[in-house]
Design a binder for this molecule. Structure first.
Ligand code: PLP
Ligand code: COI
Length: 341
């Protein structure tokens, strides 16, 4: 199969339409079979649940070309499960796990020419999503839905890739206690837009959100979980009911323990402790692991000892091991790699 003529090494994190997307529709209480289609546009009722009351959720995963030339995805079963959790919380019909994984296989195979070559630094991002397509005017769930999955080749989420970024403590909250922070609802991202635009205008790469109730514990950023490394080499990640259970973070905690022999802790992380850490990184499908060099709290700078030039040493080991597993250079734990071609 001939690859598309794309400058893979210079891709940012943007939308490049690819040839095929998977579409299934839910009506009268059941999903249809679903199929690959070429049309990248959607026509729905002006009164669709998604347009009126933001009834939509999504997922994100990637396809990689391995060192030996296969195309694989990473733990798609966990994306399917998390989407089921999101759908339940938003009163949407669940899309069955096996069907989700089959759709990933179909959509990646159909767009194989867009899967960036091994070593290019780019990957094929897969975006599954679901939305209320049927009309609702009273506040209630729609009765018709569309599940869709498209792909787009992407480069690094943060310009500069592995260069440490600067983030700020946000004055806006991302998620309320007992709210929707733990699911991948579009509404969580809509309400973060003001904060991210403002952060960028002020010269910051991202926002660090604290817990909305007390503003004393670290939660996450708009699109990634935190990992910290203590001065004695322990990997610490915040535990909270209002952060998204990142698949990358859950995998990295296993990598840290089982592959690197590091001590790991998932526990509430007081913001006051952040100045004590040796390294900090943002982890997620899009972010992979993006090192944080500086955290600014209302003018007060916390400079991580790992500095602004490169990733800290443990962050780097975690990055190399995770991407080594994803690209087939390092043997993966059973069930993590789902080979498509
Ligand atoms: N946190 C938020 C708010 C996100 O949007 C994402 C992205 O999916 C993550 C964390 C990272 O999750 P994952 O590693 O499953 O991509
Ligand atoms: C992902 O990492 O897949 C996400 O969905 C994060 C998003 C903010 C790009």
């Amino acid at each position: 199969m001939e690859k598309k003529d794309i400058d893979w090494g210079n891709l940012g994190f943007g939308y490049v339409p690819t040839d095929k997307r998977f579409v299934a529709n839910y009506k009268d209480g059941a999903w249809d079979e679903g199929a690959l289609v070429s049309d990248s546009t959607i026509t729905i009722s002006e009164c669709a649940g998604v347009l009126q009351y933001a009834q939509t959720c999504f997922e994100g995963l990637k396809a990689y070309t391995t060192e030996d030339g296969h195309i694989v995805t990473f733990r798609p079963d966990l994306n399917a499960e998390r989407m089921i959790d999101s759908c339940k919380r938003l009163q949407m019909p669940v899309f069955p796990k096996e069907k989700f994984i089959e759709a990933v296989e179909q959509v990646v195979a159909a767009n194989a020419a867009y899967v960036p070559p091994y070593g290019s630094g780019a990957t094929l991002y897969i975006r599954p999503f679901m939305f209320g397509s049927g009309p609702v005017i009273g506040v209630k769930p729609a009765t018709e839905y569309q599940f869709r999955m498209f792909t787009t080749p992407v480069g690094p989420y943060f310009k500069g890739g592995a260069k440490p970024i600067t983030i700020r403590v946000s004055d806006f909250d991302r998620a309320a206690p007992h709210g929707t922070g733990h699911i991948k609802a579009g509404l969580n991202y809509a309400m973060s837009l003001y904060a991210i635009v403002d952060a960028h205008e002020q010269g910051f790469d991202e926002n660090m959100y604290l817990d909305a109730a007390t503003r004393t514990y670290v939660e996450e950023t708009g699109g990634a979980n935190f990992l910290f490394v203590t001065k004695d080499g322990k990997v610490v990640t915040p535990k909270s009911d209002s952060i998204l259970p990142s698949i990358t973070r859950r995998s990295l905690m296993i990598v840290a323990k089982e592959y690197l022999g590091l001590e790991v802790e998932e526990r509430p992380v007081p913001f006051a402790e952040v100045a004590e850490f040796a390294e900090c990184g943002l982890c997620g499908t899009a972010a992979v692991i993006s090192p944080v060099g500086k955290i600014v709290d209302h003018g007060k700078e916390i400079c991580l000892p790992s500095g602004m030039d490169e990733m800290g040493p443990i962050t780097k080991k975690l990055y190399d091991t995770l991407t080594g597993i994803q690209m087939g250079r390092i043997e993966a734990p059973k069930g993590w790699i789902h080979t498509i071609l």
